[in-house]
Write a protein that binds this ligand. Sequence first.
Ligand code: NAD
Length: 346
Amino acid sequence: MIHTTNKVRIAVLGAGLIGRRHAEHVAGEATLAAIVDPAEAATTVARDLAVPLFASLEALLAVDKPDGLIIATPNQFHLPHGLQAIEAGIPVLIEKPIADSVDAAERLVQAADAADVPVLVGHHRRHNPLVDEAKKAIDAGRLGRVVAAHTTFWVHKPADYFDVAWRRQPGAGPVFINLIHDVDLLRYFCGDVASVQAVESNAVRGNAVEDTAVILLKFKTGVLGTVSVSDTIAAPWSWELSAGENPAYPPTSVASTMIGGTLGSLSIPDLGLWSYDGAPSWWQPLQRQSILPAAADPLVLQIRHFADVICGRAEPLMSGREGLETLRVITAIKQAAQTGQAVGIG
Ligand SMILES: NC(=O)c1ccc[n+]([C@@H]2O[C@H](COP(=O)([O-])OP(=O)(O)OC[C@H]3O[C@@H](n4cnc5c(N)ncnc54)[C@H](O)[C@@H]3O)[C@@H](O)[C@H]2O)c1
């Protein structure tokens, strides 16, 4: 029986770039039950954290049933690993994207519903206090009626980032790898997406995937969205560089997302709330109020939340179904760019 958060035993599957960070945070916030990864490099991770190492999920489940499992393996393994965890009745946090296709994501969501096993998806930004504050301001009507939203994701990835073959091939690209987080946030703030249009280009890098794309989103609420994404622009305007979530990125202090309403606008992640003292008019001075809360690491908060879900103290903030809906939008964006047609969702 589980009594407290730090007694919850969570195993981490896949000890790569993000899995190692999860393992460290689990060790700090709960009990790290095991690392599962067949790669030689995982030996060091398990030894440093003083936990058992298994080469496969089957091998772990043969001898142990952790209270929770984090799946941080490559995208194509999210479906088989997720199904194994669900079948074993183990609540699971699956890294984003929930799966490598909408079909696979639907299978995961259906299996979780049928077995009544909680599934969370690693869109960790939703656990960031500044996202929570922005959401509260929007939902409280401080912007009035939301009219439009804009996100810029402009970064310059160094050439050696593309030495890894899969990063140059379909299934990768900044829309699928990075923009999925931004699109998820726009969905969180503005609701479900009704349709998308998109154009993309690979003119600078010449890889099989886009290096740049421009996207139009129409939300079911009537809000209109614009998004510009590129991994070949030297610029400060991206969540990665401006939100300060990952110490590996030298920070900038500019906004990457703007939400505009009839009474005011919000710049994110710096959380400047722009509004008028009286009735809105472009002849009057705009006031900027900072509503930025104290910073906290969303990956750590995500682990605490996962522990609460395991203990039955919370419902998933970022559920499998939400992960599926965000993946539907990303898939529709790719389809719209390929066909040149608007693509409806749902
Ligand atoms: N939330 C985020 O911001 C974020 C950031 C990075 C990656 N991710 C996601 O996390 C996942 C992993 O990405 P990454 O960059 O850490 O990849 P990675 O290649 O660095 O790590 C993947 C690890 O999985 C291991 N692995 C492969 N097959 C396995 C198996 N059958 N069983 C157990 N382990 C296996 C590999 O040995 C490797 O150590 C991807 O889905 C990615 O999209 C999310």
